[in-house]
Design a protein around this ligand. Sequence first.
Ligand SMILES: Cc1cc2nc3c(=O)[nH]c(=O)nc-3n(C[C@H](O)[C@H](O)[C@H](O)COP(=O)(O)OP(=O)(O)OC[C@H]3O[C@@H](n4cnc5c(N)ncnc54)[C@H](O)[C@@H]3O)c2cc1C
Length: 384
Amino acid sequence: MNTVLDTVVIGGGAMGSAAAWALSRRGRHVTLVEQFGPGHKIGASHGTTRNLNPGYHRPEYVAILAEGLALWDELEQESGEQLLARTGVVNHGPEPRFTDVAAALNEAGIRAEFLSPAEAGERWRGIRFDQQVLHMPDGGQLNPDAALPAFQRLAAARGADIRHHTKVVDFQVMNDGVRLVLESAAGTEAVTAAQAVVTAGGWTEKLLGGAFAGYALAGGGAGLRIPQLRVTQEQPAHFRIADEGAVWPGFNHYPGAGAEYRNWYSPVYGMHTPGEGIKAGWHGVGPVTDPDRRSFLPEPVQLAALQDYARTWLPGVDPDAFETISCTYTTTPDEDFVLDRIGPVVIGAGFSGHGFKFTPVIGRMLADLATGTRPAPQIFRAGR
Ligand SMILES: Cc1cc2nc3c(=O)[nH]c(=O)nc-3n(C[C@H](O)[C@H](O)[C@H](O)COP(=O)(O)OP(=O)(O)OC[C@H]3O[C@@H](n4cnc5c(N)ncnc54)[C@H](O)[C@@H]3O)c2cc1C
């Protein structure tokens, strides 16, 4: 028996949920399939905090940042949920691009101001500030565990079919649509659909590998060449708060060349997660992993270096009391996203550890691609 569908969204993480929301708002009949259950912790979109760090200077990102701030507001009103804690974000360290960031943000109407380390230290005594401090009051923390169900609930209210515990085990792209085989507790189901939106996170290459064999590009050639995707297992940690009176913004600390940055793996990002502590983590340097064969265990040397970081730069926490988190990044070589379409397939992938803040805009961009409204900016195109 073959089921015929309109638009299938593959993957119920942040980006698939936002695509279902954006497409259902345009009257598309969407079926979202997700291999795991609601709130699963096996991909990249779980937990109660992600930084909405406005620290961008490239025009394409500043534009979607501004749109994102408006769309998160809209989603909060539509869902009746608070999704963004407006704590502000502070980026610090000897980072030469801060001046460009401040100029680009202020021009876009997003607030950015420089503070002295002493001023910043007075306001946020849990953090030891380093040289330059860029404060962005419009930033804060987003809550994935509230946002994903909100997107899905609003999409379902507009007729979308949200199917958890349903895995795509075969995916074939044809010139007239796509063919899928779904596996769930109900058994195996053959499906054809006019269109598919692939938002499969760390599983993207597995799903797309061989999928275009039956698809012929106009003028010859087959398939979509997307940038190589590196899937890593990332391991931030929640440190116990030692200074209960301290106020916490989101923060990002960029290293310089000096000896004090010797044991660093990358810039450090962090934020307060209510009820769990202060999250801090290295960015995009975890071990390469197969999303179906993960250890979920922290790499001990990186973890020890993270504790050292907390000991030196986060006086407001106990560096020896922490819980580690395990999560995946799917990173492109240039760390820009992949947002593109070929024939009946739209792809959203490679969010490179910085996609969550843009989620509702990514949903809008994927819906634009699916409806042929407008292409994504060049920097996000697959063949760039
Ligand atoms: C530790 C960590 C910290 C981060 N911090 C920030 C931050 O502070 N700010 C920020 O902006 N971003 C941050 N990010 C990045 C952000 O969380 C991600 O960019 C975003 O969540 C990616 O969402 P996604 O939907 O692409 O991936 P995922 O959430 O992984 O979703 C993909 C989904 O597809 C499903 N799937 C895959 N294959 C199949 C199949 N065959 N059948 C059915 N379902 C399938 C998977 O089960 C999964 O649920 C962070 C990420 C991590 C890991």
